[in-house]
Design a protein around this ligand. Sequence first.
Ligand code: ADP
Ligand code: MG
Ligand code: ZN
Length: 481
Amino acid sequence: MQFEPVIGLEVHAQLSTEAKMFCSCPNQYGAEPNQNTCPVCLGLPGALPTINQKAVQFAIQLGLATNCKIRLDSQFARKNYFYPDLPKAYQISQFDRPICEGGWIEIETKAGTKRIGITRIHMEEDAGKLVHEGQDPNASYVDLNRAGVPLVEIVSEPDIRNSEEAKAYMEKIHSYVTYLGVCNGDMEKGNLRCDANVSIRPRGQAQFGTRTETKNINSFRNVAAAIEFEIARQTDAVLDGETIIQETRLWDGALNQSRSLRVKEDSHDYRYFPCPDLPVVKIEQEEVDRTHASLPELPDQKRDRFVLEHGLSHYDASVLVASQEVAFYFEQCLKAGASPKPATNWILGDMLRLLNETKTEATQCKVGPKSLAQMIALIEDGTISGKIAKTVYQEMFETGKYPAQVVEEKGLKQVSDEVALLVICQKIVADSPEQTAAYQGGKDRLFGYFVGQAMQATKGKANPGVINKIFKELLGEPSQG
Ligand code: ADP
Ligand code: MG
Ligand code: ZN
């Protein structure tokens, strides 16, 4: 491709505080419309906001975890615009004095690890919601439960170069906010959402092109899809001789496309000014240091520890730590006696696949870490074969039964009894004179045929090692040449 995309993401994360940002209304999803409101978040005249300390602490934690500098005197500002879901006609946000600045996180790409700069993280309040599916089909309804819910906006540098990197960045942000417990990360409910700024430029050109901003992206898949759509649209436009205009676009996940919403505002359109109702957010450096020292183990640190302590590959470890629950599950498995490699393989293979297919969280998995460790032990001591174990696992996943019980009930014990297997193998050789002659004449690939027959005869339960040994003896070495 002759053009290079340039991408910067603005990620909004709803903070999981109990109360809203500037009042004591509950920060709670799914309540009756307008139940969680008060004069402050309804924007009634004369009502005064107060700052939620917990939200400030969460913002500091996230800033430190993402290598930002923490501003000790950050300030809230009014961002003025009119919209029916914004009763004050301004949003309290931060402008030129955000709480965090100048950080970075690392993402994994095909070419290796890449650092993505974080320009700033600022605090703000969410807006309400317009509801268009009410009693009267011609009316729009206003629900202000979400008005005043605390948000952080994480603004990246334009360091991202393709949709895959953007998705990896979003996934990394997701794992950081959930590890820290500052946001629950539920993208379907809009708790974590992103706007994608995309431009293209001729390869080799230093100057950036004009960007568009696509809003309303609410899944990892849509981050990639929206960006790919926009790169293709801009490329077509430029090749057709058109000029890209700076605009805001709205992503429609159902149609897999975006449409122009409005010509993009610049910051001066918002007439920002310091919010006169709120004091400067004074923070002690001591508090910042204390917070830094008490951060939990973060995904990248956990990944490096898994590589070092358990000998996992960098890739396997990255996938395991992407979710804190999955990483915890893995460590519980090891505590229950499983070795790291088989535990990793089962978790990254059958477990994540089935969780995905059934849309289940790791914490809800019916196969507990102990059960998985027990099943791995059954494979290792030869009670079941690795192949039969897949059937056993599936049954455990569906029913929550213990592995030994499944093996017993379904009669899945591996047959390792040499005498019993010898009888079966002898019959196969006797029934297959042509294959036997061909094998002994040099067609050594036919060995698999005999093993397959024995597996079929025992419904997959024969111990493959024993079967191999018996056939080698019965058939002898194939002649050379
Ligand atoms: P605004 O509030 O106007 O959207 P911000 O400064 O909050 O502006 O965010 C700008 C975002 O756009 C950042 O993530 C930045 O990296 C990104 N960005 C800036 N210029 C470009 C560009 N030419 N192409 C792509 N992304 C860009
Ligand atoms: Mg923006
Ligand atoms: Zn309120």
